[in-house]
Design a protein. Structure first.
Ligand code: E4P
Length: 228
């Protein structure tokens, strides 16, 4: 499963991209509305940092407007993926934009039937929102599983993107189901790092190494010799 970052904050992308784990990013109007600066500038910076698909969302209510916005957003950066909300107008826009060569991330997908329509309209990515399903007491794991099954059964090219990730357990579920991508907030990336045995183990290794000061001198010398 590939990992995208779900944010409008360039500083978060800078931090997590440095870990070498990102292959794309998603933004949305709510995430961008929290940030200072011009959205186009932010999207370009994020796209450069992740060097992969970077979703920028259209906001028009009708297909014509979505298509015009999508075409303009694509010109911001070669990696811009047009994010289109699910619905009849969104499906029309998705078909037109993908026929024109754009990558489209169909967002706000909450059921296998919606996913089937999104994929049939040519969506590159179909975004299923796990957290928002859980919020209304619908089992997000079950819905995501049905979406994966439905798209595989039709042999559709669309990639299943697990979105609205709220905690590390969502990641385990999405990866186990064979989702192609998960888009992850920085907070969840940090939570994924943590395990008490890792912290404890690192502290013990450090303590034991320091108990032999000559080892530190030896390794320092090895590094210095390697640098020439
Ligand atoms: C990503 O594409 C979505 O916009 C995002 O994951 C939504 O997350 P939320 O439900 O936590 O706002």
């Amino acid at each position: 499963m590939e990992l995208f970052i779900d944010t409008g904050a360039v500083s978060e992308v800078e931090e997590i991209a440095a870990w070498g784990v990102l292959s794309g990013a998603t933004t949305n109007p709510s995430l961008l509305a929290k940030e200072d600066g011009e959205p186009g500038d932010i999207i370009r910076k994020i796209a450069n940092l992740v060097n992969g698909p970077t979703s920028a969302e259209v906001v028009s209510p009708d297909a014509e407007g979505m298509i015009a916005e999508g075409q303009a957003l694509r010109k911001l950066h070669e990696h811009v993926t047009v994010k289109v909300p699910f619905g009849p107008e969104g499906l029309k826009a998705t078909r037109a934009l993908t026929d024109d060569g754009a990558m489209v991330n169909m967002t706000l997908v909450f059921s296998p039937n919606q996913a089937l329509l999104a994929a049939s309209a040519g969506a590159t990515f179909v975004s299923c929102f796990m957290g928002r399903l859980d919020d209304i007491s619908v089992d997000s794991a079950k819905v995501l599983e049905e979406i994966c099954d439905v798209l595989r059964a039709r042999d559709l090219d669309s990639k299943v993107l697990a979105a609205s990730i709220r905690h590390p357990e969502h990641m385990v579920v999405a990866a186990s189901l064979g989702c192609d991508i998960a888009t992850v907030p920085a907070k969840v990336f940090h939570q994924m790092l943590n395990h008490p045995l890792t912290t404890e183990g690192a502290a013990k290794f450090e303590e034991d190494w320091k108990s032999r000061p000559e080892f530190g001198e030896w390794l320092g010398g090895l590094v210095a010799a390697d640098k020439g």
